[in-house]
Design a protein around this ligand. Structure first.
Ligand code: GTP
Ligand code: MG
Length: 192
């Protein structure tokens, strides 16, 4: 994996000529950590215990053939209101106009019940026709049983709103749990 660039504007992004996968979700959910876990490079994406660490669109090139993209979070980042609005515009612009974005991974902290902000965001993706999948993060924080029951709770709730559930993964960036599954899914989309 190779860091390519950080950008604030769609016009400045790398050419959209390779498959691309981006990670989104509430601030602090573990987007940057997951990119490091997937690539096996602990210091590739910048991580912080303080929400609001990632502030730009960060492109990483994998095996010279596809991109992983780290995005700022939505929700409770400790940054100014104007900055949050700017991020929302930037993210919206990015997901609506990036033709090579094959899947947007929406990250969800496995310890939490369905959050309105995640539901709103995913509903908007459905409206826009943006392909997405869910990744539950920080699975190491719960027992395997508890983790499964949290996912079941989410699914039960979403089934009331949606006809079908998106592809779903459970991961831990601490232990590497779920790495194979996410990478296999990406490789599958790459080969389509
Ligand atoms: P922003 O860039 O601020 O939106 O956050 P982010 O979603 O990129 O989160 P980041 O990867 O920076 O991680 C936030 C905090 O959660 C850090 O303290 C990480 O060490 C921790 N963390 C991330 N993933 C995991 C995980 O799988 N398990 C545990 N135990 N902690 C994690
Ligand atoms: Mg981050």
């Amino acid at each position: 994996a190779k860091f390519i660039k950080s950008e604030t504007k769609i016009s400045g992004l790398p050419k959209a000529d390779k498959p691309e996968y981006a990670f989104i979700g509430r601030s602090n959910v573990g987007k940057s950590s997951l990119i490091n876990m997937l690539t096996g490079q602990k210091k590739l994406a910048k991580i912080s215990s303080k929400p609001g660490k990632t502030q730009l669109i960060n492109h990483f090139l994998i095996n010279d053939t596809w991109y992983l993209v780290d995005l700022p979070g939505y929700g409770w980042a400790k940054v100014s209101k104007t900055k949050k609005i700017d991020w929302n515009i930037m993210i919206n612009d990015y997901i609506s106009n990036r033709g090579n974005l094959l899947c947007l991974f929406v990250l969800i902290d496995i310890r939490l019940d369905v959050q309105d902000i995640d539901l709103e965001f995913m509903n908007d993706l459905i409206l826009k026709g943006v392909p997405f999948a869910r990744i539950f993060t920080k699975a190491d924080k719960l027992s395997k049983n508890k983790a499964q029951s949290m996912v079941a709770r989410h699914n039960k709730y979403l089934k009331k709103h949606w006809e079908e559930l998106p592809p779903t993964f459970i991961t831990s960036s601490e232990t590497g749990y779920g790495r194979e599954e996410v990478i296999n899914y990406i490789e599958e989309l790459n080969s389509l």
